[in-house]
Design a protein around this ligand. Structure first.
Ligand code: MTE
Length: 451
């Protein structure tokens, strides 16, 4: 770090942290509020810190004495709240702006939509369960576990119906994995479309899942290993969500999971039972799982024949491309935030690969001319988020921040034009290009594409 610039950089949070649900309803209103919120929250934060907007001075803690230290607050002199005042703990009232949010106008009905994870406001590699992204095709349900059943049938000697009690008595494992919707970053195929990392990359989350390996259930039912080639997962909601999984993968690391981050799955994420298919696009992680069928050919179900296919430049569709290739994004500083001072910033972000572990993340602050290798924070796990950090001293000039991930197969995250050369611009799924955030001289950070 340079010794000349001693100040530590502060930033204003992305404006969606301050948007109410009401404000987020109309896209036009949202855009206006984005602008207004950036300006007013910048002004408010500066006023609160006793700063004129041009001053960009250091913290108000100076010789004058900080009233926040000098005047003893009630929380130091009074009696606090009793234990179990909130039997199920909630985040601080001051953090209520950090929410998963639906992108206004993205779909016609909210029951078939997405709520994005606020990646800009999470730390480490675990996504808090209440902020895990949601993607439903036909709304979500809170299913009574005592009535939920899982049927295993098809090419097995003993087809069985399991209750939740039956499943929870079987040997279980807990593993940390990311889940990314194949459509994450889809809006950015042709051009820049959304302002913040929540909307550009927020269809990905990472949790610790607990459940029974699918291999245990298949063995329990006596799978016919001579004939079986594929497994079908089916959900209990009205979307007829059915997905084909090749047998070698099903026997490898797929889980029939009931736990997420130490407690039962949340209803939005498939309570009481879902498939966990590490490294594979989210659509295969069938929620409210009610049936497993073993077969000898692919099912070509609606969500693998019509949707979740890739339109290639030659006009043909690519099918069964489930693996989420290596990808990374800088989560702070990121779009919609504003840097208040020159000086030190901790550039922080997330990297993940559906093929294994992240080996290395390089970061550029000049749009890809020069790269430095970031620190990978532990743990670095297979098919899970890896947090990276790197020091940066902002000199007040324009900058373009990028991160480039490499996984342990040697695969390197592509530039957007490299991806378009192979895939064209009419695809929806599997957009894993390098993300660029432009820092303007006034400190505003915006979403740009660099070729
Ligand atoms: N399973 C069922 N039964 N119904 C659904 O609508 N959506 C799929 C998948 N499993 C879906 C489903 C899609 S497209 C994704 S990306 C993931 O669930 C999202 O999981 P999450 O809502 O827990 O983030």
């Amino acid at each position: 770090m340079s010794t000349e610039v001693k100040k530590s950089g502060r930033l204003i949070k992305a404006p969606e942290n301050f948007l109410s649900k009401e404000d987020a309803k109309s896209p036009a209103l949202m855009r206006r509020k984005f602008l207004a919120a950036s300006v007013s929250s910048a002004a408010a934060s500066m006023a609160a810190m006793g700063l004129a907007s041009s001053a960009r001075a250091a913290s108000p803690v100076s010789g004058a004495g900080d009233p926040n230290i000098l005047n003893l607050p009630t929380h130091t002199t009074g009696l606090g709240q009793p234990v179990a005042a909130n039997p199920y703990g909630m985040p601080s009232q001051y953090e209520k702006g950090l929410q998963r949010r639906e992108s206004p106008g993205l779909t016609r009905v909210s029951a078939a939509s997405v709520a994005f994870t606020p990646l800009q406001g999470t730390f480490g590699i675990i996504t808090p369960s209440g902020l895990h992204f949601e993607r439903h095709h036909q709304g979500w349900w809170d299913i009574d576990p005592s009535k939920h059943r899982l049927m295993v049938m098809g090419l097995v000697k003993n087809p069985k119906v399991y209750t939740m009690d039956d499943i929870m008595r079987l040997p279980s494992v807990s593993r940390i994995h990311f889940i990314e919707c194949g459509a994450n970053t889809a809006m950015e195929w042709g051009n820049v479309a959304v302002p913040t990392v929540q909307y550009s990359h927020g269809m990905v989350s990472c949790s610790e899942f607990t459940g029974v390996p699918l291999s245990v259930l298949l063995e329990d039912c006596g799978i016919d290993m001579k004939k079986a080639k594929y497994v079908l997962g089916e959900g209990a909601d009205g979307s007829s969500m059915t997905r084909t999984i090749p047998l070698d993968r099903a026997l490898d690391d797929v889980l029939v999971a009931y736990g997420m981050n130490g407690e039962m799955l949340r209803p939005e994420n498939g309570y009481p039972l879902r498939l966990v298919v590490p490294g594979i696009q989210g659509v295969s992680w069938v929620k409210w799982l009610r049936r497993i069928e073993v077969g000898d050919q692919k099912w070509a179900a609606k969500d693998e024949a019509v949707h979740y296919i890739d339109l290639m430049p030659d006009g043909l569709h690519r099918q069964y491309t489930g693996i989420q290739e290596a990808k990374s994004v800088i989560t702070t500083p990121s779009g919609g935030q504003t840097l208040l001072d020159k000086g030190f910033y901790n550039i922080s972000g997330l990297a993940w690969s559906g093929r294994g572990k992240i080996k290395r993340v390089d970061v550029s602050v000049d749009g890809g001319r020069n790269w430095r290798t970031a620190r990978l924070e532990t743990p670095v796990l297979s098919k899970a988020f890896t947090r990276f950090n790197i020091d940066w001293v902002w000199n007040g000039g324009p900058a373009i921040l990028q991160s480039r991930a490499q996984d342990d197969t040697g695969y390197v995250q592509p530039k957007i034009n490299q991806l378009r050369e192979v895939r064209g611009t009419r695809s929806i799924y599997h957009q894993n290009a390098i993300q660029s955030w432009k820092v303007a001289e006034n400190g505003e950070v915006s979403n740009v594409q660099v070729y």
